[in-house]
Each structure stands twice: as structure tokens, then as C-alpha cells.
Design a protein around this ligand. Structure first.
Ligand SMILES: Cc1cc2nc3c(=O)[nH]c(=O)nc-3n(C[C@H](O)[C@H](O)[C@H](O)COP(=O)(O)OP(=O)(O)OC[C@H]3O[C@@H](n4cnc5c(N)ncnc54)[C@H](O)[C@@H]3O)c2cc1C
Length: 285
């Protein structure tokens, strides 16, 4: 196995095109444990962290641009970003430990394809986009369309994510991410729930609800969103959000959570995240 550290997107493209079986990585906090547990080694490990564009966070023209290899700790420490998107920051800030977050990236968290990835639900709730280096150019798709199943993405051979684009949250908008883990930290979500809410006075004018770890990919819950919009988050609405979230679950049954447990907890977390997001929309993070 060889190691390469390109300094430009074009150099990375060429390395991938010229070396079948090569693979990009950022923090390698998923890739190295997977190789150690027996998954095949790439022919060339292409390190994305020497490419400035993939390591930058910027805000311009009404949207944020987050380099795909940027350490998640850079994101959570960015006060302006975390103030606008506390839910995305919460998800990124739950990944592993401080040491892991100094290496881990949004690109790796997404492209590893885990249904339990903590940063993904709030990115989907923000309708974030992934800018992908593709052939000689680029294409942009919704983050929601990147992962197609556990460990699977829609990226073709040789493609990689350069950066994420996230439009500024409208006024009176808040988001939140909650996860359930059996331990207090350093565990993978048994259920995750991200909610983003925009308020018009006391009424919800827009809502997005996304669950993690309850289906082969993160799932957006349209029925929960419909229940929220037009409501004042009264008890009946929250009960409807909870029921819709549970109904959207198609989870695995394993030692960390049964189907029944994950289904019930998804309802509870969606409801709680909605209350937090609405409070942030009205009162700030
Ligand atoms: C101790 C420990 C605790 C952890 N805890 C959590 C947790 O609580 N929550 C959680 O969600 N995850 C957790 N993880 C998993 C991991 O840290 C995260 O998924 C992390 O965000 C991966 O980022 P990375 O940059 O290290 O990915 P890498 O390992 O570098 O890459 C992961 C995958 O994505 C691909 N990839 C990377 N960057 C790109 C790109 N730009 N374009 C296309 N493909 C790309 C790689 O080829 C690889 O297949 C934990 C891992 C460890 C070791």
C-alpha cells in the first residue's frame, strides 16, 4: 500500500484516476480501524488533508462552505457557525472524543455510510449540499442523496467530496440533534434525531425531521414535518411527531438496541429535539 498527499483537487483526481483500487481519506478514524479488522487495503491511500480547499470553513454570499476534510473540532469551535447551526455542531461534537474530533471530518462521517453517523441528520435537516470532484469538473448533490445504504454511497469510482454548502438559516430558525447511546460517551448512536424548525411568532412555519440509526440510511420524516407546520407545538402535535417518527423506523435488532426499543426511542427523541429546536428558533441557541 502506498500513501499520497496531494495538495490540489486536480492532483487528487489524477492519483485516483491513475491508481485503480486507491481510496481517499481524511481523518482515517473509520478507515484504519476497518483495515485493521480485515477489510482490504487500498492500493494508494490518498490523504485529503493537505488540500487547503478541503480544510477551510468560510461564510460568504448567504451560505457556509465547509471543506470535506476539515476536522469536526474546527466546526464545533467556530462560534458563528455553531450559533447559526447548533444542531449540526451538536452532531459533530458527539463524534468519539476530542482526539477523534481533531481528525474526523464531515466527508468521512458521511461517506463511511454508517446509518448512525452523528453529523449527518442535522446536515440533511439543513438541506446541505455536497460538492463532488467528478471527472474533470464537479457536480453538486443533496447530502441526503449521498448515502444509498450501509457503507454504500452514490459516488462513482474516482469521485470525492470537496466541500459542503449550507445556506444560512432563515430568521427565527433553530435546530437540534439528540442521540441515545447505552453509555455516557464514546459509543455509536442507537437512535439519533435532528429537527430544524422555523417559527412565525408562536407558530411553526417550516420543519424538518431526520432520524439516524433506525433504517439503512438516515431518514427524513415527512409526516412529522407535516404535523409540526402550522402548529404551536401543543401536546397533540408533539404526540403526532412522536408517532410519525416511530412509524418511519425500520431498524436492525442487535445487542445495542432491539427493534421495539429503537422504534420507541426515535419517537421520544424526535419530540424532544423539536421542543429544543423551537426554543432556539425563538430565543437563540
Ligand atoms: C473511538 C471512535 C469513536 C467514534 N465515535 C463516533 C461517534 O460517536 N459518532 C460517529 O458518527 N462516528 C464515530 N466514529 C467514527 C468516525 O470517527 C467518524 O465517522 C468520522 O467522522 C470519520 O471521519 P474521517 O475523516 O476520520 O473518515 P475516514 O476514516 O478518513 O474516511 C471514512 C470513509 O469515508 C471516505 N471518505 C473520507 N473523506 C471523503 C471525501 N471527502 N469524499 C469521499 N469519500 C471520503 C473514506 O474513503 C472512507 O471510506 C468513531 C470512531 C472511533 C475510532
Amino acid at each position: 500500500m502506498k500513501y499520497a498527499a496531494p495538495t490540489t483537487v486536480d492532483e487528487a483526481r489524477s492519483l485516483l484516476a491513475d491508481n485503480p483500487g486507491s481510496r481517499v481519506f481524511a481523518g482515517a478514524t473509520d478507515l484504519i480501524p476497518q483495515m485493521r479488522s480485515g477489510q482490504p487495503e487500498p492500493s494508494v491511500m490518498v490523504d485529503l488533508k493537505r488540500i487547503d480547499q478541503l480544510m477551510a470553513i468560510s461564510h460568504d454570499g448567504g451560505h457556509w462552505t465547509i471543506g470535506a476534510a476539515t476536522p469536526t473540532s474546527d466546526l464545533t469551535r467556530n462560534a458563528a457557525f455553531s450559533g447559526m447551526f447548533p444542531g449540526i455542531s451538536e452532531g459533530a461534537g458527539l463524534i468519539g472524543s476530542d482526539q477523534i474530533q481533531n481528525r474526523s471530518s464531515l466527508g468521512g462521517n458521511l461517506c463511511n455510510g454508517s446509518p448512525a453517523a452523528d453529523s449527518v441528520p442535522a446536515l440533511i435537516a439543513a438541506e446541505a449540499r455536497a460538492v463532488i470532484a467528478s471527472g474533470d469538473g464537479s457536480r453538486t448533490i443533496a447530502v441526503a442523496d449521498v448515502v444509498t445504504g450501509p457503507g454504500q454511497t452514490s459516488l462513482a469510482d474516482g469521485e470525492f467530496i470537496v466541500e459542503f454548502e449550507i445556506d444560512d438559516a432563515p430568521a427565527n430558525t433553530g435546530d437540534a440533534y439528540l442521540r441515545m447511546i447505552p453509555r455516557t460517551e464514546m459509543d455509536i448512536a442507537v437512535v439519533g434525531a435532528a429537527v430544524r424548525i422555523t417559527m412565525d411568532g408562536d407558530t411553526v412555519s417550516d420543519a424538518r425531521v431526520v432520524l439516524a440509526a433506525v433504517a439503512p440510511t438516515a431518514v427524513r420524516v415527512a409526516d412529522a414535518e407535516a404535523a409540526l407546520v402550522g402548529s404551536t407545538l401543543d401536546d397533540d402535535t408533539l404526540a403526532a411527531v412522536s408517532a410519525a417518527a416511530s412509524a418511519a423506523c425500520n431498524p436492525i435488532d442487535d445487542k445495542r438496541g432491539t427493534i421495539e426499543y429503537r422504534t420507541q426511542v426515535a419517537g421520544v427523541l424526535a419530540k424532544r429535539a423539536a421542543v429544543i429546536a423551537a426554543d432556539r428558533a425563538q430565543n437563540g441557541a
